[in-house]
Design a binder for this molecule. Structure first.
Ligand code: MG
Length: 258
């Protein structure tokens, strides 16, 4: 199931996206499917008639994972860590498909990082890897936007990855998906700049969720970003970046300087 959060100009609503690419329809549902079973309202809207929003606003946290693809760790001039390297992104950084990413005046270098995002569906703690499927609600695309210069000069990553608008999520959450070997592709102005596969992760989704849950209680709506493949690079103001993941869809945002 593809679960979208959207607006037609009024309060955000949730719906199930049905149909083939180019002919999708949003079937509206009651309430938030993260917390209650899917019950259709009967309203159906062409996808092009709604504005998609971030499919989830994490109530407590976005957990990022650093250097989870060996080739990316190498391009950053470092070794991949033995254990998953975690950082936190404030939920105020989350935006949706088509929303602008605002490049802050404090940074001279803002990079894209296309990533698979995991959305947690149940409160959980100390989850063994084999039980992770029970706590995952679904998956979406993420851009772990990074002020690369500040990541270095700050010595830690909170500001560099936590600016407002630095965590685009979308276009929707796919609830039934085998994520063990999916293509993760990023395009900048239409040119492919990252072309990885989730099978190249050092720590797989089950290991990442299990590891995170050993430090933090995970709540419904928490999001875990699973790391970026090689090919990260800078974005110039006005450029459009698209993160496309096989089986999910694509998330596009334009970067702006204010
Ligand atoms: Mg990242």
């Amino acid at each position: 199931m593809r679960i979208a959060r959207y607006t037609t100009g009024e309060d955000p609503a949730y719906g199930v996206v049905e149909g083939e690419p180019g002919h999708e329809v949003v079937a509206a549902v009651q309430g938030d499917p993260l917390y209650q079973p899917v019950v259709f309202t009967g309203e159906r809207l062409p996808l092009e008639d709604v504005r998609l929003l971030a499919p989830v606003i994490p109530r407590s946290k976005v957990i990022g994972i650093g250097k989870n693809y060996a080739a990316h760790a190498a391009e950053m001039g470092s070794e991949a860590p033995a254990e998953p390297l975690m950082f936190l992104i404030p939920n105020t950084a989350v935006v949706g498909p088509g929303d602008p990413v605002v490049m802050p005046r404090q940074s001279e270098r803002v990079d894209y990082e296309g990533e698979l995002a995991v959305v947690i569906g149940r409160i959980c703690k100390d989850v063994p890897p084999e039980r992770v499927p029970e706590v995952v609600f679904g998956y979406t695309c993420a851009n772990d936007v990074t002020a690369r210069d500040l990541q270095g000069s700050d010595g830690q990553w909170s500001r560099a990855k936590g600016f407002d608008t630095f965590c685009p999520l979308g276009p929707w959450i796919v609830t039934d998906l085998d994520v063990s070997d999916l293509s993760v592709r990023t395009r900048r102005e239409g040119e492919v700049v990252q072309d990885g596969r989730t099978s190249d992760m050092i720590h797989d989704v089950a290991a990442l969720v299990s590891h995170a849950s050993q430090a933090f209680t995970l709540l419904p709506g928490d999001v875990i970003l699973t790391g970026t493949p090689e090919g990260v690079g800078p974005v110039q103001p006005g450029q459009r970046v698209e993160v496309e993941i096989e089986g999910i869809g694509s998330l596009t945002n334009t970067f702006v300087r204010r």
